[in-house]
Design a protein around this ligand. Structure first.
Ligand code: VOV
Length: 248
């Protein structure tokens, strides 16, 4: 049996994606729309407060293409809090006009493949804390997708010796590092929690950087041989102040 890799686990993560029911929304009076929008803005302001207090984080983007219109990504210390938040969101008036299109449950994950031997408690290390309990940026663009590592007879990530997986992850990290300052990545693990094994959530101020990093990584053995991908969702930042222009 191959040696399992240990992980450090941080905040819980919930990606919620919706399509807007534009046909029904169009039938509302402007004053009714204002009320729905105001309520959603208050919800987002509460998320911003939590983010500023470093008790969680969130992001809200307008998805490009027909797979969804909106993505709300929320991070919290416990899955119970996320569950409650989802209920709170479902009870907002605007939710009557939102059709769920996709959701993803996971938890911020850091593997130990590249960890240095140390006696210190990793959960007290400032760098690791910053990764496990992240401040999600408000970059112009988001790219979100779930993925697996392959378990075929010939190409089975889970049967590779840990030394091989360490080498592959080192190479993966080297490519990633070339995108420092251009792409910010968040890896959340979902083994036993959702359909795939990880969610990848990327942020950048240039949408083309998503294509560049993902294409470059496809040629690296980790992705070329073992990466299996779900649907990709890309979108543009939607600040609360722009909601009236978006919905009206
Ligand atoms: C901004 C770029 C960037 C950087 C710097 C980066 C670095 C790193 C490091 C150092 C490590 C290992 C330690 C850890 O933290 O776990 C990882 C881990 C991981 N990555 Fe990564 N990754 C990036 C970016 C990045 C992308 C674009 C993808 C998608 C791959 C693709 O083909 O579409 C990805 C995937 C992952 C996954 C699924 C894991 C977990 C794998 C596992 O088996 O556990 N990642 N990643």
């Amino acid at each position: 049996m191959s040696e399992a890799v240990s992980t450090l686990d941080g905040w819980w993560s919930l990606h919620l994606l919706y399509n807007v029911d534009w046909t029904s929304l169009r039938l509302l009076e402007d004053s009714e729309k204002d009320q729905l929008i105001g309520e959603l803005q208050s919800f987002l302001e509460r998320q911003e407060e939590v983010h500023k207090n470093k008790e969680g984080s969130y992001s809200f983007y307008n998805i490009t293409g027909q797979k969804a219109d909106l993505i709300l990504w929320m991070l919290r210390p416990t899955v119970d809090e996320l569950n409650k938040l989802e209920l709170e969101f479902n009870k907002l008036g605007i939710s009557d006009f939102l059709i769920p299109s996709y959701s993803y449950v996971s938890v911020v994950e850091m593997s130990s493949y590249l960890a240095k031997d140390s006696d210190e408690d990793p959960y007290e290390n400032p760098y690791i804390k910053g990764r496990l309990y992240p401040e999600v940026p408000k970059s112009k663009y988001i790219c979100f997708y779930p993925m697996d590592k392959k378990r075929d007879l010939d190409d089975n990530w889970y049967m590779l010796p840990i030394e091989d997986r360490k080498r592959l992850m080192r190479d993966h990290g080297m490519i990633g590092r070339q995108y420092a300052g251009k792409v910010k990545q968040f890896i959340t693990g979902s083994q036993g929690l959702d359909e795939y094994e990880w969610a990848v959530t990327l942020f950048s101020d240039d949408m083309l950087e998503f294509k560049k990093i993902i294409y470059e990584m496809r040629f690296d053995e980790t992705s070329a041989r073992y990466g299996v991908f779900g649907d990709f969702f890309v979108g543009i930042h939607l600040p609360a102040a722009e909601l009236p222009a978006f919905f009206k």
